[in-house]
Design a protein around this ligand. Structure first.
Ligand SMILES: Nc1ncnc2c1ncn2[C@@H]1O[C@H](COP(=O)(O)OP(=O)(O)O)[C@@H](O)[C@H]1O
Ligand SMILES: [Mg+2]
Length: 225
């Protein structure tokens, strides 16, 4: 098992105004499994993903990734753990605007002092059909290209676990389809585990396991239709 989540709770705000976004989420994911998390807008999908990534702390509960309980790690250890084990893709790319496509993709490898950082980044961008875009800055890329660069950056370090938050949510149907095809290709070829957050049942169909976030709890998709 690569991911285990136990009794995860998260509120925003305090006292009478507190909203309970996650009210006790449990989840177990096997290595190599592809998991979709569905849910309406505002149901807590992004909140859950940032807790899984250790970018935010839960009110209560545990997140175990590859045998480590991430909330027990120091801030620094957590960043190191993330760099080695996790790939994260957001809806809004989050590329570094002052770095070229190639520099954005090699950065995670530079951070772990990989001497072949640039080589590996170049080969991956080439394989994604972006060889001609390596020296471009994010604002010079189309949405679909920017998201492919973001995807390359997320997987270049060969993470065991890939977290993707509505990765095609900002794209038109055609470039969204290209990004999703590349994503599922990479996941299969590299034996990655995928957690894909989406509000699209069609996208979710491509995953082996599907859950839905409803009223702060994660339930099997079938029971909600
Ligand atoms: N930092 C925050 N402060 C206050 N409320 C938040 C914060 N982040 C999210 N929320 C609220 O938590 C709920 C879930 O948000 P989110 O996880 O972004 O949902 P989803 O990704 O499913 O659309 C929403 O009601 C949202 O307004
Ligand atoms: Mg969201």
């Amino acid at each position: 098992m690569i991911l285990k989540v136990v009794g995860l709770r998260k509120n925003f705000g305090r006292g009478e105004n507190a909203i309970e976004v996650l009210r006790g989420v449990d989840l177990e994911v096997a290595r190599g499994e592809t998991v979709a998390i569905l849910g309406a807008s505002g149901s807590g999908k992004s909140t859950l993903l940032s807790l899984l990534a250790g970018l935010d702390d839960p009110l209560q509960g545990e997140v175990w990734i590859a045998g480590e309980e991430i909330s027990r790690l120091s801030e620094e250890a957590r960043a190191r753990f993330r760099a080695r084990n996790l790939g994260i893709v957001f809806q809004q790319y989050h590329l570094m605007s002052t770095l070229t496509a190639l520099e954005n993709v090699s950065l995670p490898l530079e951070l772990v002092r990989d001497l072949q950082a640039e080589d590996k980044a170049w080969r991956l961008l080439d394989a994604m059909g972006l060889a001609a875009r390596c020296d471009h800055f994010p604002h010079q890329l189309s949405g679909g290209e920017a998201q492919r660069v973001a995807l390359a950056r997320a997987v270049v370090g060969e993470p065991a676990l890939l977290l993707a938050d509505e990765p095609s949510g900002s794209l038109d149907a055609q470039s969204g389809e290209i990004v999703m095809r590349i994503l599922f290709d990479l996941v299969a070829k590299r034996d990655m585990t995928l957690i894909l957050v989406t509000h699209s049942h069609v996208l979710a169909e491509r995953c082996q396991t599907r859950y839905e976030l409803r009223e702060g709890l994660l339930v099997p998709e079938s029971s909600s239709r």
